[in-house]
Write a protein that binds this ligand. Structure first.
Ligand code: IPE
Ligand code: IPE
Ligand code: MG
Length: 238
């Protein structure tokens, strides 16, 4: 520390990595399987990648699991995703403490079923006993625009002065540093309403690989690409 990072390099591992977990449906369709099989495989990939990020020393991993727009999908597909989520929550409640993984949820959770909301509340209780541990933020019924509107409303109601600092304290991500690196597998080059505020100076890495095919090596590769970026933040390279 205190040493200047060489030009064009970004020292160490990012503190915060975010991932748009895309491509589950196409992964399944290519195998002649129902889309639900892709979501199941994608959930397994998430577990694997979360553990890997934790082992690398990443502090925060934020993943996009279900957007405010994903309700447009057929009820059966939404049901499958919510079912997988319930299973993930039950497993997490049993394993979080042993795994030392703090789980948190971003998004408007009030639209989720009472059962899911209850399980999420239980994970929040456990997370409270794991200060300083690796934290996984799962975005559910999450939209960047929705988050901004909710934060704006809360700020207005608080009567606090309007500033970026005060506004950020009302975002779902309050208290968490912005992601340095956002990875989008699945071959699309768009943001799809993810972390609109927090991504102001994030470095993006896009991958053609579908999320269920994503490997720990693909995380290494994304970090390597991130490290080659010249992050200027509006300034000039000195
Ligand atoms: C991402 O995979 C998971 C969710 C959006 C819930 P998709 O289901 O979007 O997969 P593709 O993009 O259709 O392949
Ligand atoms: C973004 O993927 C949302 C999640 C990964 C949860 P989508 O598949 O919903 O995004 P679009 O429709 O391709 O933009
Ligand atoms: Mg998609």
């Amino acid at each position: 520390m205190g040493m200047k990072t060489p030009a064009g390099e970004n020292g160490s591992i990012p503190r915060h990595i975010s991932i748009i977990m895309d491509g589950n449906g196409r992964w399944a369709q290519r195998r002649g399987l129902p889309r639900s099989a892709g979501h199941k495989a994608g959930a397994e990939t998430f577990r694997r990648i979360a553990r890997y990020c934790k082992d690398l020393g990443v502090e925060y991993l934020t993943v996009y699991a279900f957007s405010t727009e994903n309700w447009k999908r057929p009820a059966e597909e939404v049901g499958t995703i919510m079912g997988l989520l319930e299973k993930y929550l039950l497993d997490s409640i049993a394993e979080m403490e042993e795994d030392r993984i703090r789980l948190r949820f971003f998004g408007d959770l009030s639209a989720l079923s009472p059962r899911l909301q209850e399980l999420i509340a239980r994970t929040a209780e456990i997370a409270g006993r794991l200060p300083g541990c690796f934290q996984a933020n799962v975005c559910l019924n999450y939209g960047g625009r929705d988050e901004i509107v909710r934060a704006a409303r809360a700020l207005a109601e608080s009567g606090e002065e309007w500033s970026e600092e005060n506004f950020e304290r009302h975002l779902d991500s309050a208290g968490i540093p912005d992601p340095e690196l956002i990875i989008r597998p699945g071959g699309e080059y768009r943001v799809s309403n993810f972390l609109l505020w927090q991504s102001a100076y994030a470095e993006y890495v896009f991958s053609p690989k579908l999320w269920p095919d994503f490997q720990t090596e693909d995380i290494d590769d994304a970090i390597a690409r991130y490290r080659t970026r010249d992050r200027r933040f509006g300034g000039v390279q000195t």
